[in-house]
Design a protein around this ligand. Structure first.
Ligand SMILES: Cc1cc2nc3c(=O)[nH]c(=O)nc-3n(C[C@H](O)[C@H](O)[C@H](O)COP(=O)(O)O)c2cc1C
Length: 185
């Protein structure tokens, strides 16, 4: 049985081939609104997203990218996602939910981008230090993800290694590795 969500999730792919063509304000607005509708602990909405759209800001953002993420330099939109513990539930047994909820909202950006025929690739390969310094983000925030967003580009424009990776089929573990019924074994 196909469902709209499964179809969208199958369409989503974290492509590295991104066109430099800019995104309209309407698109940016949809990405923000999708994230803002995320569930969060106690509705705390602890996510903070810095959208880099202007060339001068993008240039600062690019400085933070790891060498392996140079492909993202072409993206017309880089988003830095950050938060801090006291913005969200802190359960006394040491469960802090700020990063969980930042991830929930991040996923919605990816899905809204997909529905708009954009590619959006999340990245851990960047320097939070550089982002914090370039954009004066206070030390108590944790910059946890960057997302490169744009229209899908041509795979042929990537270097050979990334072309090979990009052509590989998406792989997932068998469901039995991650899902359990009635007991954990
Ligand atoms: C937290 C996180 C960090 C990631 N970091 C990087 C990264 O630094 N560079 C990169 O090219 N892809 C990165 N990815 C993308 C994953 O490699 C990609 O989502 C995964 O291979 C599955 O591919 P798919 O999203 O197309 O299904 C990251 C994804 C997540 C969720």
């Amino acid at each position: 049985m196909s469902t709209a969500i499964i179809d969208l999730l199958q369409k989503r792919k974290a492509s590295r081939a991104i066109e430099s063509k800019g995104l309209s304000d309407v698109i940016i607005d949809k990405l923000m609104n999708a994230a803002q509708l995320s569930a969060s602990c106690y509705n705390n909405q602890p996510w903070r997203f810095l959208f880099l759209t202007e060339e001068s800001a993008l240039e600062k953002g690019r400085k933070a990218l790891a060498a392996g993420n140079s492909w993202a330099k072409k993206a017309p939109l880089l988003i830095a996602g950050f938060s801090k513990p006291d913005l969200d539930c802190q359960i006394p047994d040491e469960r802090n939910y700020y990063l969980f909820d930042l991830g929930m909202a991040t996923q919605l950006i990816l899905l809204q981008a997909t529905e708009l025929n954009l590619v959006a690739r999340p990245m851990a390969g960047f320097s939070p230090k550089v982002i914090k310094k370039e954009f004066n983000i206070p030390p108590n925030y944790e910059v946890y993800v960057m997302i490169a967003v744009g229209y899908e580009g041509k795979i042929e424009e990537l270097d050979e290694r990334l072309q090979t990776l990009s052509r590989a089929p998406r792989e997932r573990n068998p469901l039995s590795m991650s899902f359990f019924f009635n007991k954990f074994d």
